[in-house]
Write a protein that binds this ligand. Structure first.
Ligand SMILES: N[C@@H](CCC(=O)N[C@@H](CSC=O)C(=O)NCC(=O)O)C(=O)O
Length: 284
């Protein structure tokens, strides 16, 4: 077995495992959690992508997703947000002292620039290695959906739009909707992808939708956004996603949730709606 279990818990009649494995995509150990509902299966899969500074543990301990996952019979997979390891002046895993670049801030792209390119390959990790591993090691039906928060919302949207053959549905909480037009995204894309803004556009959810990516693949995209989120205006910009969806004729349910902030208190309040949204599209 390529996956090594480090902790196991029973929750809502299912089994939650913390796991680690040596990743071929990142060339580092990677960690993740996997919830498998009780019963025989096989089960469809929901992949969750977390935000800046997160490991697999933030969603696992704070989102409160497993009651709904058990009810709907869904496996939930939550990977770490980047490769990790000691930064050994060019010989280890690169890092940056800022919270929004480097380890904990992989942005779900394959970096092309030094010093990030050797290990920061989170798009390949999620869309190729992780999916293959989960289907090989767990009782899955072979169909899956994707969701995430903030940087992970950007990841969910862009990976779904770039790989519509892999996912039945996509949703997000407070996603970075257009990383080419916000400070978090501009900083990360300059570092990981270089100066060519045409390359950036290929990893920008609003611009992908405008360009007609995955046209017809998703009947609806569910996005929840708190209107008291401190990152709303400068970083997240859901109005750009709305405008892109209107232009392209992409179904989008964007719910502005009054009073909610950027924290997992917001996500735990609406996560059951997202699990139900995906479960309805994963049936059959
Ligand atoms: N300024 C904070 C920023 C970190 C933060 O808010 N991280 C969010 C995701 S933000 C976008 O991707 C998060 O999910 N945090 C983990 C949690 O458990 O809440 C800082 O300095 O850390």
């Amino acid at each position: 077995m390529t996956l090594q279990t480090t902790k196991t818990h029973i929750v809502h009649g299912g089994t939650l495992r913390y796991l680690k494995h040596d990743s071929a995509a990142t060339g580092t150990p990677m960690t993740l959690s996997v919830f498998v509902p009780g019963g025989e299966g096989p089960f469809a899969v929901l992949i969750w992508l977390s935000g800046l500074t997160c490991t697999e543990d933030n969603f696992t301990t704070k989102a409160g997703a497993y009651r709904a996952a058990a009810e709907h019979g869904l496996i939930i997979v939550a990977p770490d947000t980047s490769p990790r390891g000691p930064d050994l002046e060019g010989r280890g895993v690169a890092d940056d002292p800022a919270y929004d670049l480097g380890q904990g801030a992989g942005f779900y792209v394959d970096a092309t620039q030094a010093p990030w390119a050797p290990h920061f390959r989170m798009e390949t990790y999620v869309t190729d290695e992780l999916i293959g591993l989960i289907d090989a090691e767990f009782p899955t039906t072979g169909v899956r959906s994707i969701s995430g928060h903030s940087m992970g919302g950007h990841g969910a949207l862009t990976l779904a739009l770039r790989h519509p053959d892999l996912f039945r549905s996509v949703s997000a909480f407070a996603p970075i909707c257009s990383p080419t037009r916000c400070p978090w995204g501009e900083k990360a894309f300059t570092a990981y992808l270089g100066e060519d803004r045409a390359e950036w556009d290929r990893h920008d959810a609003a611009r992908l939708i405008e360009a007609g990516a995955a046209r017809g693949a998703y009947d609806d995209i569910l996005v929840d956004q708190g209107d008291a989120d401190s990152f709303l205006t400068d970083q997240l910009k859901p109005e750009l996603l709305r405008a892109a969806a209107e232009t392209a004729g992409q179904g989008l349910t964007l719910r502005m949730q009054p009073g909610y902030d950027h924290s997992y208190f917001f996500m735990t309040s609406f996560i059951a709606d997202h699990v139900a949204f995906h479960a309805a599209r994963l049936r059959g």
